[in-house]
Design a protein around this ligand. Structure first.
Ligand code: NIG
Ligand code: FE
Length: 387
């Protein structure tokens, strides 16, 4: 069955060959969907016949958001930690242990229910592709369980056994890295597409450069793609390691040296910025303009998790990126869609040219600019297409 979506006031295709600017914007546009794929894009006046028609009444249509960094398999929350931070406490990753304890104690049904609720919350805000990490189990059994649950809802699953050193391994972090790179990876790799590590040498909880390299090299040897939690709390070795190893993405990039910027601009690793974290931890925002002006590919993602940023909202990230990191509204939307797709090395999502997956989000406004212009207003929803 084919469906003609018409009356699109502004269609963002992210394909410069189809419309104006980097977003490939078309006014008075229409789009034909067939078998879950975009079959045709053009002006409403030139639209072909289709089996069914949906008029969106002059609203903007954008590619569904690609949230390339989220931690959605967990139990409990850390509202008290957030409250303490807002009174001056610093975020150092230490609270992750609280969520690990709650997650280990939770049933599959509880974890599954929370995961699905968060995904539904994301979808209501226009997100159609989500990466989901493990990282709150930190035993062979619990990491495998978290990844099995994640794999029920997305193909973008990430093994993050090296999130922090769990309580039972404190003072024995090298031994924990052996567990992660050995039996834990062996059990988890069949359920994961990616391997990730929290590289933060200055932190009492995370992993130094050598440990991160071991985790990433083992992940690669097991056939997984690579991503890195890099340079979140300080300008450590994470970003350069990610680029050197050809990781798909270096995430956070909050503290960057000139060498880090040059590495990202010269390599194939996407710089994924997570401004909800800076908002929720009251930290300085990354220098996004420096990255963009140097030629790095930038993605925006939520990092949705119970500690550093418990927001599932890509529109919120876009508003922060524009207001706090000086991206233009167009750059921010590109980073939240095509940028996220690049960070996941996906060519089927993040754009709306013919052949793309028909992941459409409708903005209840005439232009994508309203995403940042009207912060906090629920303007976007993923379009449910008839099967
Ligand atoms: O991306 N930095 C490490 N991990 C997460 C936070 C997880 C948590 O605090 O529970 C992050 O910010
Ligand atoms: Fe994260």
């Amino acid at each position: 069955m084919s469906l003609l979506v018409s009356g699109i006031g502004e269609l963002v295709t992210n394909d410069p060959a189809l419309g104006s600017g980097a977003l490939g914007v078309l006014a008075d546009a229409a789009l034909v969907v067939e078998g879950g794929t975009v079959a045709w894009v053009g002006r409403t006046a030139a639209a072909p016949e289709a089996d069914a028609r949906l008029d969106v009444g002059g609203r903007a249509v954008i590619p569904g958001f690609v949230d390339s960094h989220a931690h959605l398999v967990f139990a409990g929350d850390r509202a008290a930690e957030f409250e303490a931070r807002m009174s001056g406490a610093r975020y150092d990753g230490g609270g992750i242990g609280t969520t690990v304890a709650a997650t280990r104690a939770a049933s599959d049904a509880d974890l599954r229910g929370r995961l699905r609720d968060l995904l539904a919350e994301m979808r209501r805000q226009g997100t159609t592709t989500v990466e989901v990490k493990s990282g709150y189990g930190l035993t062979v059994e619990d990491e495998t369980r978290c990844l099995r649950l994640a794999a029920e809802v997305t193909t973008e699953t990430t093994f993050l056994g090296a999130h922090v050193v769990p309580a039972e391994y404190v003072g024995r972090s090298d031994e924990y890295v052996e567990l992660v790179t050995g039996p834990m990876l062996a059990a988890c790799a069949p359920h994961a597409r990616w391997a990730d590590v929290f590289c933060e040498p200055g932190s009492a909880h995370a992993f130094d450069g050598d440990q991160a390299r071991s985790v990433l090299e083992a992940g690669r040897a097991a056939g997984l793609g690579l991503r890195v939690h890099a340079n979140q709390l300080s300008a450590g070795p994470g970003v350069r390691l990610a680029v050197e190893l050809g990781a798909a993405s270096a995430d956070h990039c909050t503290h960057l040296t000139g060498a880090d910027v040059d590495a990202l601009a010269g390599g194939t690793t996407v710089a994924t910025l997570l401004p909800g974290v800076e908002f929720s931890t009251r930290s300085p925002y990354p220098d996004a303009r420096r990255l963009l002006d140097a030629g790095a590919t930038v993605a925006l993602a939520t990092d949705c998790n119970p500690g550093s940023c418990f927001s599932s909202s890509m529109p919120f990230c876009i508003a922060l990126a524009v207001r706090e990191m000086h991206l233009t509204p167009a750059e921010a939307l590109w980073a939240a869609t095509a940028g996220g797709a690049a960070a996941l090395r996906r060519t089927d999502v993040g754009h709306l040219g013919p052949g793309a997956r028909a992941d459409l989000a409708v903005v209840d406004a005439p232009s994508h600019r309203h995403l940042a212009y009207r912060p906090g207003v629920p303007l976007v929803r993923a379009l449910e297409l008839p099967r």
